[in-house]
Design a protein around this ligand. Structure first.
Ligand SMILES: [Zn+2]
Length: 109
């Protein structure tokens, strides 16, 4: 059974797992990109949490140690930027991966 590219309907060779060698269409999203999206989503959620106010999240309710809660509240912007930045970094890694897969695919064609 031969797979076809959903973009240009060209038949896909066995080794074309990531990109279509004919049109460069991304056939599969690397899992690193999915994790990146997840982290960016978490970053957005924490921005929302920051807008609500880290003091109102119940961090100091005793569920986690007070020192840790204080630390999280004090460094909340850093936490948000860190989460979001990490997500962007993973997305970049995924994009570069697809890029190299694409250039390899076109070099082989
Ligand atoms: Zn294609």
């Amino acid at each position: 059974m031969t797979d076809r590219c959903p973009e240009c309907a060209a038949e896909l060779p066995q080794d074309a797992t990531w990109v279509c060698p004919t049109c460069g269409y991304t056939l599969r999203t690397p899992s690193v990109s999915k994790v990146g999206i997840l982290f960016m989503f978490l970053g957005l959620v924490s921005v929302g949490a920051y807008v609500i106010g880290p003091d109102n999240l119940g961090l100091t309710s005793g569920a986690i140690p007070t020192q840790l809660a204080d630390f999280m509240i004090a460094d909340f912007p850093l936490l948000v930027i860190g989460t979001f930045g990490f997500g962007m970094f993973l997305m970049l890694v995924g994009a570069l991966f697809i890029r190299s897969a694409r250039s390899k695919a076109s070099a082989g064609a």
